[in-house]
Design a protein around this ligand. Sequence first.
Ligand code: GDP
Ligand code: MG
Length: 426
Amino acid sequence: MLTSICGINWGDEGKGRMVDLLSRDFDVVCRYQGGNNAGHTVINDKGRFILNLLPSGILREDVVNVMGPGMVIDLKHLCGEIQKLREGGIAVSPENLKISDKAIITMPYNVLQDIMEEDRLTKATGKPYGSTRRGIAPVYADKYMKKAFRMGELLNTELLYKRLPDIVEWKNMTIKAYGFNPVTVEEMVAYFEEYGKPLAKYVTDTGVYLNNANAQGKNIMFEAQLGALRDIDYGIVPYTSSSSTIAAYAPIGAGVPNLKLSNSIGIMKAYSSCVGAGPFTCEYFGDKAEKLRDLGGEYGAATGRPRRVGPFDVVASRYGIRCQGADEIALTKLDVLDSYEEIEICTHYTLNGKVIDEFPFTDVLDECKPVFEKVKGWNCDLSHCRTVDDLPKEALDYIRLLEKLCGCKISYVSVGAERDAYIKMR
Ligand code: GDP
Ligand code: MG
């Protein structure tokens, strides 16, 4: 079985914890896009872990984790992440971690480029893209320019170091144009030696591995970073990531374009949050925002940035579900709404008095106004609920209403960050 788990909204839906929960039924967990620009927080019996690059299955002993060709990998960051896990008592070895030889390496100069461009944009327009400044957009650009390095090159550094000087020269043309000091070949060699060499033992053809695993009847899960609205093609461009966060891309990004997904599970939050700049139509401001942000602990896992928040957005979520081809939904963080007497839902937008209920083009989105409707809250603690029967009527009504408005069944509901704090709906 090949299952994809993906975000329906702007990211930070709680994919990490859901993958951690659901991964017990899977033998293999794959990351297929993105880099260390996003973060998953997973809390289990060993502690609290933030994963930026590694698949969440790394926290389960018997799961094999794959980092696919669709990813961009910051070598230093990955070394650090592996180190932190080891300190927390988690084993990482070539047995449980397989990195695609075709995955792209994020270089230190890509990080520099990201910073230079965000700073230039801020100065020139006052409107930066809200990048996490981890080099993701520049390294994906290098990939499509065919100037990037791939993980497989770490297995033959002699060839790699022959290719390096010309690429450094090419990159320095850009760096100098920004008025920054050029990087040197020696610095890049030192980087590969210190952070690339220790990772070489994990590098393999993940396509071969995954096809074999599939042929043996293993259950394979594809785990996305970020959500549908951050997709490079379908999201709120340019306030998106630079990769495809869409479930349909999972087989390609993991190394198995020949295989088809069996099902797609969408992770959707019981309210809305959005990190960084860009249109966020259902946004709350002032006290309303502060209350929800604090209740939900909405501060970025990768950056600590306070996230923008708002009520559940039907227009955006329905679009997200369509983009992800979601067969079912895991609804997260329902407990965050425990203390509300009344809960607002953004049912649609308006534009010049016209109802907008299909998620519009980014420029149009900026002009849209949210329309909020109120439903009765449950106003009690859900964190102990473990079955449908434990749920108060109003909470069940809220879940059923979201199902109806979004046209997709909700199979799981989470009521706390801990591994067992969830309800299986059917
Ligand atoms: P991801 O990027 O989609 O994996 O999500 P993040 O890890 O960035 O953000 C989700 C946050 O919500 C994390 O801090 C989780 O520990 C926390 N979380 C996940 N599920 C629940 C839940 O059901 N209730 C509460 N209160 N917190 C949750
Ligand atoms: Mg996150």
